[in-house]
Design a protein around this ligand. Structure first.
Ligand code: S3P
Length: 749
């Protein structure tokens, strides 16, 4: 049996937090002995009766002797006095920590006792958990579970002490974060102390009114929710407000400034700006959980949050579906609408996290945007020179398109900016866009390890037009350069090795900007302007592709995907499936909002056959290969893909990750530098299971997760797909629609 983490733990103070931690230590068997000291004999008796401590003392000296962990779980203002008393009785190896809400004053108290030579074992801490209830009886073993615990190690703190405290708090199922003392106090001033101050103050404001009884009697949910925290302990908050005075006063000043802003908007009846402010705040509130969860700070302890389980069994795959809006077109509608003159209305906008990251970035740059609501977005354009410096880094989540296109736009602005992203985006190559932009005179740095994000851009550079021969077929790089070209002097042109999606060119024209396409050469003149317009976003063929493949591999299936974008630079998947023998028809072709659309019907009536996939279709089907590999596994004979090295630098290395997953599921395949060879297991006229099932890791890649979900239509064993939360980046309704079509997906959060 392994030794417990601590021999003897001494709590000084045993209220809600201390007694909850004692409960964790007991439940997880982290110490041989727990003792406590409090001023109240009754608390000690109660704690003993509850089985929380073996011994209780009213004198802290008795408690700390021989303890290897001392937890100060008492009001912060008492820290200095207690430390003075217990200091002579602590050994060099004693770990001393606390649970107070402010940290600078705890460190000051320790310095008043120890001078500058603080003990190695001293590591202040702050569990961000609580309740309106107090006292030893209120403690709960799960009080800290899924909450954050901040440790603020000092330069004097030893690693052994920090590591043991991390283990202790992790045992309580908390997420442990280390930050420095000042940062802690500043962050907490804004996220906890200011809201408490506002809650107390608002209740006070209403309580002082003559009609206060009416107000409290009729107080609706808003008041109740907002004022809940004003029921907490006045003495504690009194102490915190003084203890963190400087940071709190800063936060109050910021609040007053912002209050004056909204006050003025209401006074002036500035409807557009007020909608902009409320929309910006609402979006920030809705998305901050997700965004924060992906910040690198948390990366070390990141846990996978979602998984799909797909059960075997014969499936029907049927129905008519509208998949969500096109991701590429949605991104561009926001970007171009923001820099246009006038108001742009968008319908069919993809409310997935990638496009929302773009939308949030423009809000952060001062653009007033209403929505999205049912796919509708209204953008009040600020013109070519109206973007404002964002207050902090722009967070692009999982979205390479946002980061590469915005690199071009931001390089031409007057202000500096920094763009960051999630674990997947942080690994993706950004020099491919940084290099040509530098040739145009931009000043930008890829500050990650290997030409990867974050990207740091210094504004106020004069850009000049260039000609650039794209070394790879990339619509993102092409678009990033052309977008910088809008502000550059003279002509900017690119030549592509093969045609790639041309949504930027089409949409710029729709906004009244002249763009020339001559063969593979695309060019524009800088210095023009965009005029607001209406954008109808078609359904995304890349999302439709999963259902196309699902239907193609399932006996008797019949699926129609309505109003799908069939821009010729995107239809490689239809061509390749046709060459594989799929029963697919493109019906009801029409134009909507400048883009061709159609209904695509596909039936499972014959076995697919393996082919050498045509290289000229690779850029036109670049996002659809994970799904096409599933089709190839179900085909009769060998499928060979070449000329697709770009797949290695998508949201994941899609060649390797797909090959790994296919092998787990019993498919013989060989990844190559620029493609893959897949030995299809299909037999003409047979519809038996092809895949064995197994556990698949999606590597933060939405398309990997959705492709292996479709394999569930031909599996003999259960398929588990781990890390499926990124599906929401491009196809938030995927599980709903796939279930409706007949696939049994269970989602576990
Ligand atoms: C996109 C271009 C493609 C594609 C991506 C979206 C775009 O990337 O894979 O999903 O909207 O321009 P590359 O430019 O890297 O090929």
């Amino acid at each position: 049996m392994s030794l417990p983490l601590f021999e003897k733990v001494a709590f000084i103070g045993l209220g809600l937090i201390g007694s909850s931690l004692a409960r964790v230590i007991i439940a997880e068997k982290l110490a041989n002995q727990i003792v406590a000291s409090t001023r109240s004999q009754k608390t000690l008796d109660d704690a003993k009766a509850l089985g929380l401590i073996q011994e209780g003392y009213t004198n802290p000296i008795d408690a700390v002797q021989g303890a290897d962990l001392v937890v100060l779980a008492l009001p912060v203002r008492a820290t200095q006095k207690v430390l003075e008393i217990i200091q002579p009785y602590l050994s060099e190896k004693t770990i001393i920590t606390d649970v107070g809400s402010t940290k600078a004053n705890v460190v000051e108290a320790a310095k008043a006792v120890y001078g500058d030579a603080l003990p190695e074992g001293f590591v202040p801490g702050h569990p961000i958990a609580g309740s309106e209830h107090t006292g030893v009886h209120a403690g709960k073993v799960d009080l800290f579970a899924h909450h954050k615990v901040i440790l603020t190690p000092l330069p004097s703190s030893a690693d052994w002490a920090i590591q043991k405290l991390i283990q202790l708090w992790q045992a309580s199922k908390a997420e442990v974060i280390c930050m420095d003392v000042e940062k802690h106090d500043e962050v907490l001033a804004h996220t906890s102390h200011l809201p408490h101050l506002m809650a107390f103050n608002l209740v006070e404001q209403l309580a002082n009114r003559e009609d206060n009884l009416d107000i409290f009697r009729y107080a609706a949910g808003g008041f109740r929710d907002f004022s809940r925290i004003a029921a907490s302990d006045p003495q504690m908050w009194h102490d915190i407000f003084f203890a963190n005075k400087k940071a709190i006063l800063n936060a109050v000043d910021g609040f007053e400034k912002q209050l004056a802003v909204i006050r003025k908007l209401i006074e002036d009846e500035n409807s557009q700006a007020l909608m902009g402010l409320l929309g910006h705040a609402q979006a920030a509130r809705q998305h901050f959980n997700h965004m924060l969860a992906n910040r690198p700070l948390m990366e070390k302890n990141k846990v996978t949050t979602q998984q799909f389980t797909i059960l075997p069994g014969k499936k029907n795959f049927q129905g008519k579906f509208s998949v969500p809006g096109d991701k590429s077109v949605s991104h561009r509608s926001i970007m171009f609408g923001a820099i246009a003159e006038g108001t742009t209305h968008v319908t069919g906008f993809l409310e997935g996290e990638d496009a929302l990251a773009t939308l949030q970035a423009f809000r952060d740059m001062g653009v007033s945007i209403e929505g999205p609501k049912n796919g509708e977005v209204t953008i009040h354009g600020v013109g070519m020179h109206g973007l404002k410096a964002p207050a902090s880094e722009l967070y692009m989540g999982n979205s390479g398109t946002s980061m590469r296109l915005l690199s071009g736009m931001l390089s031409a602005q007057k202000f500096d900016s920094v763009m960051t992203g999630d674990a997947s985006l942080t690994k993706r190559p950004m020099e491919r866009i940084a290099k040509p932009l530098r040739e145009m005179g931009a000043l930008l740095q890829t500050t990650g390890d290997r030409g990867t994000p974050p990207i740091s851009i210094t504004g106020n550079q004069k850009l000049k037009g260039i000609h650039y021969d794209l070394p790879m077929a990339s619509a993102q790089v092409k678009s990033g350069i052309l977008l910088a070209g809008l502000w550059a002097e003279g002509e900017t042109s690119v030549t592509e090795p093969e045609p790639t999606r041309d949504h930027s060119e089409r949409m710029l024209r729709a906004f009244g900007y002249e763009v020339k396409t001559e063969g593979n050469r695309i060019s524009l003149q800088g210095g023009g302007k965009l005029t607001a317009t209406e954008i109808q976003v078609p359904s995304d063929i890349s999302s439709a592709a999963f259902f196309m493949v699902g239907a193609a591999i399932t006996e008797g299936s019949d699926v129609t995907l309505e109003a799908v974008g069939i821009n010729p630079t995107r239809t490689g998947v239809i061509e390749i499936l046709k060459q594989m023998g799929a029963d697919i028809s493109v019906e009801n072709e029409r134009i909507a909002g400048g883009e061709p659309i159609a209904d695509i019907r596909i039936r499972g009536s014959r076995t697919l056959k393996g082919i050498h996939m045509p290289e000229d279709q690779v850029p036109l089907a670049i996002d659809e290969f994970p799904a096409l590999f599933i089709a190839a596994a179900c085909a009769e004979g060998q499928t060979v893909l070449t000329g697709a090295a770009e797949l290695r630098v998508k949201e994941s290395d899609r060649i390797q990750v797909m090959a790994d997953g296919l092998k787990i599921m019993g498919i013989d395949c060989t990844p190559t530098d620029d493609g893959i060879i897949i030995e299809g297991k299909g037999k003409s006229g047979e519809w038996d299971a092809i895949f064995t099932g197994g556990e698949i890791e999606s590597h933060h890649d939405h398309r990997i997760a959705m492709s292996f979900s479709m394999a569930g239509l031909r599996t003999s064993g259960e398929i588990k797909i781990v890390g499926t939360e990124t599906v929401a980046t491009s196809f938030p309704t995927f599980t709903e629609l796939a279930t409706e079509a007949g696939l049994a997906i269970q989602v576990t959060e």
